[in-house]
Design a protein around this ligand. Structure first.
Ligand code: HPA
Length: 272
């Protein structure tokens, strides 16, 4: 067994010892979106600092704990707070929790984030279904030797965001009367927000939203064979499209749209 598999064994053994058995869905809750975890029933909470081989997140607005339990009748393991590449973690560290979810037999990952809108028809507060991504982070979590027991050397990313899930979330949005945009998420490393020139470049490249997360986690989820559903909260217009950018606005916008966001995820989960 190689080192990564040994670490995963230690991590999952600990997590199982805390009462986590049958995980169906992994859930990653982005900046300001962690409140969904408070709706998980029979919740088992495990703070990251207790978990062997887990790093600790440093961003304000991120709680830093796993919440396990039932949401919309499904067994979910939610991350309240994620790890970012810009915090200085390696891509392997950033994506380690996704490997843990897969090792705990999750079949799907629901990933959420706060993002800047690039599409000129978007407005702050919009929710965007991610239908594809562009990895512009300058790195890839699968760099290095591949463990064939965990996944293939060259994963197919043709349908990184599961088509059947996208159709279901669109149907739920329509039924619930929630306006749902759809588009391509482009991952930058951060921690600076983009420059206006980078935003123009991203738009020309085909992106609808930009952010500093999600791409590595989705790559590893696909490597492990998880089906992925991704939703962005457009918290602001990207640089050059509004006066200035700040993290406070990101948090305030997620606060404003959290009811729709939670409804969308919960109602969708019911149908998956
Ligand atoms: N850029 C990058 N990441 C973000 C943004 C943005 O404009 N808004 C929220 N996260």
């Amino acid at each position: 067994m190689d080192l990564l598999q040994e670490k995963l064994k230690e991590t999952t053994t600990f997590i199982k010892s805390q009462g986590v058995d049958n995980v169906e869905f992994g859930l990653i809750l982005g900046s300001g979106l962690g409140e969904l975890a408070t709706e998980i029933q029979d919740a088992q909470i495990i703070t990251y600092d207790q978990i062997p081989h887990f790093p600790v997140s440093t961003v304000s607005g991120h709680a830093g704990q796993l919440v396990y339990g039932t949401l919309s009748g499904k067994k979910v393991l939610a991350m309240q707070g994620r790890f970012h590449y810009y915090e200085g973690h390696s891509m392997q560290t950033v994506t380690y929790p996704v490997r843990v979810m897969a090792a705990l037999k999750a079949h799907s990952l629901i990933v959420t984030n706060a993002a800047g809108g690039i599409n000129t028809s978007f407005e702050p507060g919009d929710l965007m279904l991610i239908n594809d991504h562009i990895n512009f982070m300058g790195n890839n979590p699968l760099f290095g030797p591949n463990d064939d027991e965990l996944g293939p050397r060259f994963p197919d990313m043709s349908e990184a965001y599961h088509l059947a899930y996208r159709q279901k979330v669109q149907a739920v949005a329509e039924k619930q009367g929630i306006a749902l945009r759809e588009g391509v998420y482009m991952g930058f490393s951060g921690p600076t927000y983009e420059t206006p020139a980078e935003v123009r470049f991203a738009r020309t490249a085909g992106a609808d939203a930009v952010g500093m997360s999600t791409v590595p986690e989705v790559i590893v989820a696909r490597h492990c064979g998880l089906n992925v559903l991704g939703v962005s909260c457009i918290t602001n217009l990207a640089a050059g499209m509004q006066k200035t950018l700040n993290h406070q606005e990101v948090v305030e916008t997620t606060e404003r749209v959290k009811v729709d966001f939670k409804t969308l995820i919960k109602e969708t989960l019911q149908t998956l």
